[in-house]
Ligand binder design. Structure first.
Ligand code: HEC
Ligand SMILES: [Cu+2]
Length: 316
């Protein structure tokens, strides 16, 4: 690839890496051209009209609106163009596709904890298959962190109190650096890790070699009973609470008239702030579980409720 010919330039290892590089080169080129133009004019005038030179200083030219309007329009159009270019790419990168391998990542002072759907867990490492779209759901247990993989050209803040998602498709196998790009306390600089991109066969083998106690959804199912959710949400409960089968991905009518799609965010918020969005037709009797279940537990519960959507996985 042409970028390999630029010294010190490592081309990206993700599917949109090339587009990010191109945008960067575009911005750099425009900045260099503008700087070059400014300095050429500056130096030319400084030399032509220096104090000792007897240049013609008498005939002042009247201000020309053509020039004024001309360069204002030119810069406006050029920078609007850059904005549209950047915004389109941004939207593409941050709109995670649905059909992807879904992995959960919890950031906490000072480590990255990853949970695979099969129940495999790892710390400061993330094993993924090559040429497959991976969608990460990121949560923070404490402060703001930032998930940064320079080789994939991806950086995303991880803000406590909400899920963020991002995606990438690694195009090369290998080991890539994972960094935290937001100052998050004493050991911020040590909050690093590795992304290991493997061939699909190696990835499957790696998955099968890990110790797991059940899939993520099965772990969620156990937690669902442990925390007493099943007491209200299942079978013979005396409290009238909605059944959670098939909830994920469905539009939910709320008591205040709004309709929201039951995505990961909705499920998470339902557990932590049940009063904020009450399902229509039910009394707001669900207690908040804030402080009783941490981000990793929430991820398990979310995975469990998601698995009820297709009815296949994890019977309670
Ligand atoms: C005291 C009974 C009770 C307990 C315990 C309880 N819930 Fe609920 N839950 C409800 C009721 C009632 C609603 C409907 C009203 C609302 O949205 O707040 C609800 C709503 C929900 C919703 C939104 C469902 C929808 O159809 O929109 C989710 C998701 C949920 N609960 C998950 C959980 C989880 C996970 C737990 C355990 C950590 C739990 N609940 C514990 C009673 C309960
Ligand atoms: Cu951090």
């Amino acid at each position: 690839m042409w970028r390999n010919w630029i010294p010190f330039w490592h081309s990206g290892a993700s599917s949109y890496g090339g587009d990010v590089d191109l945008l960067f080169i575009g911005l750099l080129t425009v900045s260099l051209l503008v700087t070059a133009l400014l300095f050429t004019l500056l130096l030319t005038f400084a030399i032509c009209y220096r104090a000792t030179r007897d240049a013609d200083r008498g005939h002042r030219i009247k201000k020309s609106w053509h020039w004024e309007v001309g360069w204002t329009t030119a810069t406006f159009v050029a920078f609007l163009g850059l904005f549209v270019w950047g915004a389109t790419l941004y939207l593409r990168i941050f709109e995670a596709p649905d059909h992807a391998l879904s992995i959960y990542v919890v950031a906490k002072q000072w480590m990255w904890k990853a949970q695979h759907p099969g129940g495999q867990r790892e710390i400061n490492e993330l094993h993924i298959p090559v040429d497959r779209t991976v969608r990460l759901t990121l949560a923070s247990q404490d402060v703001i962190h930032s998930f940064f993989v320079p080789a994939f050209r991806v950086k995303h803040d991880v803000v406590p109190g909400r899920y963020q998602s991002l995606w990438f498709k690694a195009e090369r196998t290998g080991v890539f650096q994972l960094l935290c790009a937001e100052f998050c306390g004493t050991d911020h600089s040590a909050m690093t890790g590795r992304i290991v991109v493997m061939k699909p066969d190696d990835y499957t083998r790696w998955l099968s070699q890990q110790d797991v106690d059940g899939t993520l959804a099965a772990q969620g199912s156990a937690l669902f009973r442990e925390l007493g959710c099943s007491g209200c949400h299942m079978g013979t409960s005396t409290v009238r609470a909605p059944h959670l089968d098939g909830l994920y991905g469905r539009p939910v009518p709320l008591a205040d008239g709004r309709v929201v799609v039951a995505d990961e965010r909705y499920i998470r918020d339902s557990i932590l702030q049940p009063r904020a969005e009450v399902a229509a037709g039910y009394d707001p009797v669900m207690p908040s579980f804030a402080g009783r279940v941490d981000e990793e537990g929430l991820i398990k519960l979310v995975a469990y409720i998601k698995s009820l959507a297709n009815g296949a996985e994890a019977k309670p």
